[in-house]
Design a protein around this ligand. Structure first.
Ligand code: ADP
Ligand code: MG
Length: 701
């Protein structure tokens, strides 16, 4: 359906505006502005009150202000750096210095003695009294005193070659068009929006707020006009994601049904039985696999909750039904670990599990590729490379993506397209993540996925005890390690990625390994890092797992997936520099057996406020969901989710954390609209086109 907005005046290209040629159009496009509506929805990030011209004598350092005055003296100096100093006088008894570091000859010439100007900028105290550094200014003619603007001045996100003044004048043109052709406002009667300005009023107000507007609310993003637009944007995103999801759901996918004999044999071979939570999630997956529509399921489970078992269970159902399975891990190391486990579990069941990792020799690789092509290889474990290369599958039925929540809608779509078989059937997708996604974000960023949660740890685990310790106490720690290792425990010592250069990180780990080996000659110290050959890494991991090492010094390569239940102490250096999700992941390497485990976060004092808050949360909580919520509060959604990929960053006005209270209503209204008739469908098309525009992928897939 063609969106009703498509015929609206604001759907026209910005090139219809006066002064917008190809160059400017290209710059606008850099800001995501192509249509007039995009320009109208390109909202200011701040405002400045330039409505009052004040006497220079009233200026206080720290304020932003507008003054009118006459140039008394112009001086350019070359001390330290080239500087232009302009003394401005307005007869109020105090002079203001304007200080410029970048200036052209023409500019200097225009600022001659006697010239009157209006300047706007930050006031600070300088050597000779109050000054403004690089103020915006306007030359005044003769005695004329131009009116100060009636509105607060909008400050827009800008780009090279396109500054705020230019944007302001373009927006004003667009607002004039809007005044003649108001946007259709189908949400005008919606209950949530009662008492808020209408759509058209809101847009106008946000670009040109009256002088008395509540500046504080505007800056906090809580002004009624902002709330009006935020709600509509949240709704539009919900709609577009739900449409995407619906269109993916209608993808025909292979019907995968099995009676579970293979799975039962696998369970019988284990020394433990699955938890209730694992069983429930496996049930949910089995139902999805059998219903003929492509599964898109996210399994969230805290570190150590046993997601691998769930992945194996799903794989075995697919294999039993005659399909191939691809398991994708984020790192080579984890892929190797999984490959070993899968081979170990599946070989006794007569299932051929292969690996496609960097470690393979050319001949092994060729034979693995041939086995996948012929269908003889039933399961393959690898990294992203699995889908980047020319791997062809005889009958791929299921893709399992492990430890990967930073895997956005677009990657999922790409994966699906790669996986389409000759009959156009899409493989089922199972995404597993140990980084719990705060509910607020999950609702929005993952609206296209179904979610299962493993909310129970295997029995007998005792929570990891966590302490934060300054580096000055490192020697004490070393003594403690010696004692623990003597009683049979194994220890991880993590030197995290702190430098840009992997080389320096590796050397930090090397240095640490050497000093520990020296201090503890009776213990076996091993080293693991990203620059070791893949075969060597795998061998080291295998040795450590088999108990042939006491201390494993590593970079963050061990962050995900490494599973050595006997390891019960972890030291993390430079913990103050790591994010919460990463600390939680790392800590999850211990506490996997029945022994009481501990984690020591070594930090370099003094601690900043944010670092202190982070370490405190780690000490208090072992709950990945709680930690994720706190992480979101501390860092914001872009950081937590990994930017771009998720689409969360593409909001124009909404901010998920700030505006979370509007989400439930937006979701409810999305339900109603999607279930509705012709009128409702038109609203859906209009809103998604207006806010999501050409990024609304649902039409294309
Ligand atoms: P994660 O969810 O972090 O990927 P793993 O799948 O690596 O967790 O499992 C962590 C550890 O728990 C492994 O040693 C695994 O064998 C063990 N495990 C998994 N499920 C159970 C269970 N139901 N009972 C006991 N141990 C289990
Ligand atoms: Mg795992």
């Amino acid at each position: 359906m063609k969106a009703p907005d498509a015929n609206h005046a604001t759907a026209q290209s910005v090139t219809i505006l006066r002064g917008v040629g190809p160059t400017l159009a290209e710059r606008l496009a850099r800001l995501g502005i192509e249509r007039l509506i995009d320009l109208l929805l390109h909202l200011p990030t701040r405002y400045e009150d330039r409505t009052r011209v004040v006497p220079i004598a009233s200026l206080r350092p720290g304020a932003r202000a507008v003054v009118d005055g006459e140039v008394q003296r112009v001086e350019s100096t070359f001390r330290r750096r080239r500087t232009l100093l302009v003394a401005l006088d307005d007869g109020s008894g105090v002079r203001l210095t304007l200080r410029f570091f970048h200036f052209s000859r023409a500019q200097q010439a225009s600022l001659s003695r006697g010239q009157r100007l209006r300047a706007f900028g930050d006031v600070r105290s300088g050597s000779g009294g109050v000054e403004m550094v690089h103020p915006e200014y306007q030359l005044l003619r003769g005695d004329a005193v131009p009116e100060a603007p009636e509105h607060l001045t909008a400050m827009y996100p800008v780009t090279d070659g396109l500054g705020a003044p230019r944007l302001r004048s373009l927006v004003e043109q667009a607002l004039r068009i809007l005044a003649r052709h108001p946007l259709p406002d189908p949400l005008a009667q919606v209950g949530t929006l009662v008492g808020l300005p209408s759509l058209n009023e809101a847009i106008r107000l946000l670009h040109l707020p009256p002088a008395q507007a509540d500046l504080e609310a505007l800056e906090a993003g809580r002004h009624p006009a902002q709330r009006r637009l935020v709600f509509e944007e949240l709704l539009a995103h919900q709609l577009s994601q739900r449409l995407l999801r619906a269109s993916l759901r209608t993808d025909p996918a292979p019907v995968i049904r099995a009676d579970g004999a293979l799975f039962d044999r696998f369970i019988a071979s284990l020394s433990f039985s699955p938890t209730q939570a694992q069983r429930r999630v496996i049930e949910e997956i089995v139902t999805d696999l059998g219903d003929g529509q492509a599964m898109l399921r996210l399994v969230q489970g805290d570190v150590g909750s046993g997601k691998t078992l769930v992945g194996v269970a799903a794989s075995l159902v697919a294999v039993e039904a005659g399909f191939q399975v691809a398991l994708m891990a984020p790192t080579e190391l984890l892929a190797e670990q999984h490959a070993i486990s899968f081979e170990h579990w599946l070989r006794p069941l007569g299932v051929l599990s292969l690996r496609l990792t960097g470690r393979l020799k050319a001949a092994e690789r060729r034979s693995a590729l041939a086995a996948l092509d012929s269908g003889e290889g039933q399961v393959v474990v690898g990294t992203h490379a699995l889908f980047q290369e020319q791997v062809s599958f005889a009958r791929l039925g299921l893709v399992v993506i492990d430890e990967q929540h930073r895997f956005g809608v677009h990657q999922r779509l790409a994966l699906r397209e790669k996986g389409l078989d000759s009959q156009g059937l899409a493989p089922h997708q199972l995404v597993m993540t140990a980084t719990p996604i705060p509910r607020t974000l999950a609702m929005s960023a993952y609206a296209d996925l179904d979610t299962s949660i493993i909310d129970e740890l295997p029995p007998g685990r005792t929570p990891v005890r966590t302490a934060a310790v300054p580096t000055s106490r490192r020697a004490e720690l070393v003594a403690r390690i010696a004692q623990q290792c003597r009683s049979g425990a194994q220890v991880y010592w993590v030197c995290p990625l702190i430098e840009e250069s992997e080389h320096l990180n590796v050397s930090a780990a090397q240095v640490r390994a050497e000093s520990l080996a020296q201090a503890l000659p009776e213990l076996r110290v091993m080293l693991l890092h990203g620059r070791m050959a893949s075969a060597e890494r795998t061998a080291t991991m295998a040795d450590f797992k088999a108990g042939r090492g006491d201390i494993l010094v590593a970079t963050t390569v061990i962050e995900v997936g490494v599973d050595v239940p006997n390891a019960s102490l972890m030291i993390i250096e430079n913990a103050e520099r790591l994010g919460l999700a990463q600390l939680h992941q790392l800590r999850g390497r211990v506490g996997r057996g029945t022994a009481q485990s501990s984690c020591v976060l070594l930090y370099e004092p003094p601690l900043g406020q944010l670092s202190r808050a982070r370490l405190d949360i780690m000490r208090r909580s072992n709950d990945g969901f709680e930690i994720a919520e706190k992480d979101l509060e501390l860092r914001g959604p872009g950081e937590v989710l990994g930017t771009r990929q998720t689409g969360v960053e593409s909001f124009r006005v909404a901010e998920l954390v700030r505006d979370a209270d509007l989400l439930p209503d937006a979701r409810a209204l999305a339900d109603t609209l999607l279930a509705g008739d012709g009128e409702a469908r038109r609203t859906v098309a209009l809103l998604t086109d207006r806010w999501v525009g050409k990024d609304a992928r649902y039409g294309a897939v």
